[in-house]
Design a protein around this ligand. Structure first.
Ligand SMILES: Nc1nc2c(ncn2[C@@H]2O[C@H](COP(=O)(O)OP(=O)(O)O)[C@@H](O)[C@H]2O)c(=O)[nH]1
Ligand SMILES: [Mg+2]
Length: 235
């Protein structure tokens, strides 16, 4: 596997959030401690994957759904995750280790699907999901502003089928960019999207996780970390 270690800046001090529960603080510490999150590798092909060791969670979604930005906030380490204004930036599976020294879990940033995705990235994704023994959760990111389309429903349908064969992981919807939707239309938007997902992918895990990773409004990051830690059996 091609190594992709990067020079990064870590948060200066880890400051416990007093509003979090005991397990919430444990999870915050896991993700925010100095040196805890590290870029491990980038795998552009199935042959370049590292052997499975730690429990893993995979992020997928349409190109531009906000995958890399959200992962960047979850990992709390500036510059660790590449984000781009240009859609289709992530073309490989990018692996990030959480927890030191030997790691507790791995977060994987996947290539985007849909209009700007590419068939070969789809093959990489499918092969990884079908064969990765350490995979515990697939998060499907839906942009709250754009709603749900046929590509999203196609992905959810496929995951629903695969999760039936492969019972070591579950899949769950994460709503991104909720800051971009007026509060009064958000509930309706979520209701419409939930109904569409429910019909297409009844095995989709509940609840939905609403998030905002914008510079001005950060929401749902602690819930995401807790969800990841639980899925990986860390707490
Ligand atoms: N308003 C808003 N913009 C976001 C949010 N998350 C990501 N973006 C923007 O959406 C674009 C695509 O984000 P990126 O993380 O690269 O998407 P990816 O292709 O799914 O990895 C970038 O311009 C981000 O700044 C969010 O929560 N709110
Ligand atoms: Mg990306």
């Amino acid at each position: 596997m091609a190594a992709a270690l990067k020079s990064v800046s870590f948060p200066k001090v880890y400051a416990a959030n007093p509003q979090l529960s005991h397990s919430g603080r444990t999870v915050q510490k896991l993700f925010e401690s100095r040196g805890s999150c590290k870029s491990l590798a980038s795998a552009p092909t199935i042959g370049s994957l590292a052997p499975p060791t730690l429990p893993e969670v995979l992020f997928t979604g349409r190109a531009n759904a906000g995958k890399s930005t959200l992962i960047g906030k979850i990992l709390a380490t500036d510059g660790l995750v590449n984000t781009s204004k240009k859609a289709g930036h992530t073309r490989a599976l990018n692996f990030f280790r959480v927890g030191e020294p030997e790691g507790k879990l791995v977060v994987v940033d996947g290539p985007g699907y849909g209009l700007r995705g590419r068939p070969e990235w789809g093959e990489l994704f499918n092969e990884y999901v079908r064969t990765r023994s350490t995979l515990r959760r697939v998060y499907v990111l839906l942009n709250a502003k754009n709603g749900i389309n046929q590509d999203d429903l196609g992905m959810l349908r496929e995951l629903d089928g695969m999760s039936q064969e492969q019972q070591t992981w579950t899949f769950q919807v994460v709503l991104t960019k909720i800051d971009a939707v007026p509060t009064k239309s958000l509930a309706r938007q979520i209701k419409e999207m939930t109904e569409a997902v429910w019909e297409t992918a009844p095995r989709c895990q509940l609840p939905w996780l609403p998030t905002s990773s914008s510079k001005w409004e950060r929401r749902g990051i602690d819930d995401m970390r807790m969800s990841i830690a639980r899925a990986c059996g860390v707490i």
